[in-house]
Ligand binder design. Structure first.
Ligand code: KG4
Ligand code: ZN
Length: 334
């Protein structure tokens, strides 16, 4: 049975409880994500205590579902991969405790993975042959970073956000504009009917290095609306949302392409929840093409938090013998 090369991935870093089964590191047999979006919606963001309580309630159910859907038994597993951080400690510990129990009782390797890196590996699930080096933009609710993934799969962080993450600023402004949670998809939806050049908004640190800062942009939108409440009207809101979305995405696109040019890397891989944004995808593709740079991104179900990406990264780590021991702990920051 064990020659099947089947890995279980577990992800509980934030508000999604997820488990997935991958065969040979790239064939997704199941990918179960139980989202807590509704639980957190009324607060306009994730409440850590609520998130960890919900993970405890459903983690075993989600793992059982993943196994059932994949038509495999616990005994078929050759390893278990799990997110150790960065993320919410209370949430991470639930996934980690489950993975340790499975590893211990089945005597199979436990492989702790980095959440941000696993977002990048979501690109390899359906494209195992992508050549490194790669420049990756990881933009999610908790992170906005530019990574250089080298030929030997070692990585270097070239830049990160100094304040809010891109997804976080989309969520905060969506809440301020009463557009709901999560904010990224809400802003994307309303922006379709808006003119992105209607309002002039700042693009913080646009021409400076590879770090990001979004708090100035957030404040600019808030001040603008406080000064002119009519911006919230049905008529003007799509234009404001589209202008704001464009400001965020302009910065992401420009810095990522600049990194690819500086490091002479011909491929950009998008990753993280924000990379499911159609405007980001098309802008990055169009502008990178002018520089001869190819842009790839995962299917939408592997952009937001999921466990298929965890199992995929665990597969590569297993191949390199990078196995964790039972003392491995959760961590909140990189
Ligand atoms: O990767 P993810 O699921 O969780 C974290 O690791 O944070 O990312 C969630 C973030 C949220 O901020 C959400 O608003 C954003 O990704 N997001 C989007 C879209 N879908 C999700 N942002 C822009 N456009 C989208 N379509
Ligand atoms: Zn994530």
């Amino acid at each position: 049975m064990k020659n099947k090369n089947i890995i279980l991935g577990i992800e509980t870093s934030c508000d999604d409880t997820a488990a997935a089964i991958l065969k040979n590191g790239h064939t997704v047999l199941s990918n179960i994500v139980s989202t807590q979006e509704e639980l957190h919606a009324e607060f306009g963001g994730v409440v850590p205590e609520i998130a960890s309580r919900k993970h405890i309630e459903i983690i075993n159910i989600v793992i059982a579902q993943a196994l059932r859907k994949a038509n495999v038994d616990f005994e078929d597993l050759i390893a278990v991969g799990v997110t150790c951080g960065p993320g919410l400690i209370g949430s991470l510990l639930i996934g980690l405790a489950s993975a340790k129990a499975i590893s211990y009782s089945l005597k199979i390797p436990l492989i702790g993975v980095n959440h941000v890196l696993s977002h990048i590996y979501a690109n390899f699930i359906e494209n195992p042959n992508i050549k490194r080096p790669i420049i990756s933009l990881v933009a999610s609710g908790g992170h906005t970073s530019i990574y250089l993934l080298k030929e030997n799969d070692e990585f270097e962080i070239l830049g990160l956000t100094l304040d809010d993450a891109a997804g976080e600023v989309l969520d905060k402004i969506a809440r301020f504009l009463n557009l709901g949670y999560p904010g990224g998809p809400a802003i994307e939806k309303i922006s379709i009917n808006g003119n992105p050049d209607s309002y002039k908004l700042p693009r913080p640190m646009l021409d400076k290095g590879f770090n990001f800062s979004f708090s100035g942009l957030k404040t600019a939108v808030i001040y603008m609306v406080r000064k002119d409440k009519s911006l919230l009207s049905e008529e003007k809101l799509p234009d404001l949302a589209a202008s704001f979305q464009k400001a965020v995405i302009d910065v992401l696109v420009k810095k990522t392409i600049r990194a690819a040019i500086s490091y002479e890397v011909p491929i950009i891989a998008l990753a993280g929840g924000v990379s499911s944004n159609s405007y980001l995808r098309s802008e990055m593709k169009e502008r990178a093409k002018l520089r001869g740079i190819k842009v790839i991104y995962p299917p939408k179900e592997y952009c937001t938090d999921n466990a298929a990406m965890v199992a995929c990264l665990a597969y590569y780590k297993l191949k390199k013998g990078q196995i964790s021991n039972m003392e491995i702990d959760a961590y909140s920051r990189i």
